[in-house]
Design a binder for this molecule. Structure first.
Ligand code: HEC
Length: 140
């Protein structure tokens, strides 16, 4: 009788053992679900709004000035924000290495059509590619 109980205990242990590979599979499935940022709004929310604020009105404080996009006439030219994003500007870091052409095009189109801006001449990833600096910006 005792021997039978012992054998069933061993059997249940090896059943437990078979659950490990299944757990590993579900963990890698979760990692695979992380989505890249594609829309202009996604890029804005994750990359830009920490400095330029969710309402695009910028901020002043702690010795820094984050310009507003709301009613900013400099956004009339699409090449200007593309240049700033690619090369950085004053206290703003550059994002040429981190953001792809379509992400930069989408976020520029986003800030030029939100925050009270109505510039409808959208740019394409090819426009952004044409503005990529030949060599990435260097630390100053
Ligand atoms: C770490 C903070 C920070 C982040 C993140 C940041 N910016 Fe800036 N940005 C600044 C600062 C500071 C300036 C002003 C620099 C100056 O005037 O010297 C600026 C300036 C600009 C300007 C020029 C505005 C003007 O009136 O001349 C544009 C356009 C711009 N940022 C777009 C973006 C976009 C789009 C993103 C996201 C991809 C972004 N920024 C992310 C800090 C940031």
């Amino acid at each position: 009788m005792r021997k039978i109980l012992f054998l069933s205990f061993i059997a249940s242990l090896s059943l437990l053992g078979t659950t490990h590979p299944a757990q590993a599979d579900s963990a890698s499935a979760v990692v695979g679900e992380v989505q890249p940022l594609t829309t202009g709004e996604d890029v804005y929310r994750h990359v830009c709004q920490g400095c330029h604020m969710p309402d695009g009105k910028g901020a002043t404080g702690a010795g820094a000035q984050f310009p507003a996009f709301a009613g900013n006439a400099k956004l009339k030219s699409s090449a200007y924000p593309v240049y700033v994003i690619m090369n950085g500007y004053g206290g703003m870091p550059w994002f040429s290495g981190m953001l792809k052409d379509d992400q930069i095009a989408n976020v520029v189109n986003y800030i030029r059509t939100h925050f009270d801006n109505h510039y409808t001449d959208a740019i394409t990833p090819a426009d952004v590619a044409a503005q990529r600096p030949a060599t990435p910006p260097q630390e100053q």
